[in-house]
Design a protein around this ligand. Sequence first.
Ligand code: PGA
Length: 257
Amino acid sequence: MTRRPYIVGNWKMHGTRAMLSEARAIDRAAQRHMKVEVALAPPYTLIHPIHREAEQIGVGAQDCHHAEGGAHTGDISAAMIADAGAKFVILGHSERRTAHGETDSRVQAKAESALAAGLRIIMCCGESAETRESGNAVAFVKAQLRGSLPAFEQLLGELGDRLTVAYEPIWAIGTGTAATTDDIAEMHAAIRSLLVELYGEEQGNDVRIIYGGSVKPENATAIFAVPNVGGALVGGASLTADTFMGIALAASEPFDV
Ligand code: PGA
């Protein structure tokens, strides 16, 4: 199955209710780009208000705890974000792996908990600058994904409905310099072959692999032309409707000709 390009905004720790007008503008614009699947992952506090108003975009979270509930002060469970209106959750983002010490096995436990709560998952992976310079980027990312992806049995139904993989090289996040299209092509092909190995030909090919790391309207067209790129995970450029929808437009263009 060929799935629509998936353009996901990761607002990180940005956004108070003043940002709801921007979410509204993104939702309105998304109604004009139906060939692209547009989604936003705002901070937890904005999930419900955006979900309540959104007509077109999907709303998700940037993380969740692996446990169903209990004595975990300051944490939030997958069921809670689903209850607030989230349809998906981003897991294993490098900022969480680095700043919160999240290991592959912890990320995997979160993935299983999120699936049990009925959420879709965007599983992040990506290497540091040092790993890339040492020539081990592909091996590192494959091992990271092997340790973080949920077991096949957890992914009931159409795999492409439940799972998206986001390749985000750490050195490209927030730096203004995206990975080269050659590097993206090599890594996305390696991730594709891993998905086929883990989940079989049909299911493995059904999963979208999206790229993240300094995606902006200016480089989006070139990135979306790379084989095995099924969309983008966008940080900084998702904070305004103008730049975010510029990226969505680039994703819809191949279909408009
Ligand atoms: P960026 O962030 O687009 O600001 O580089 C991407 C991300 O961290 O998801």
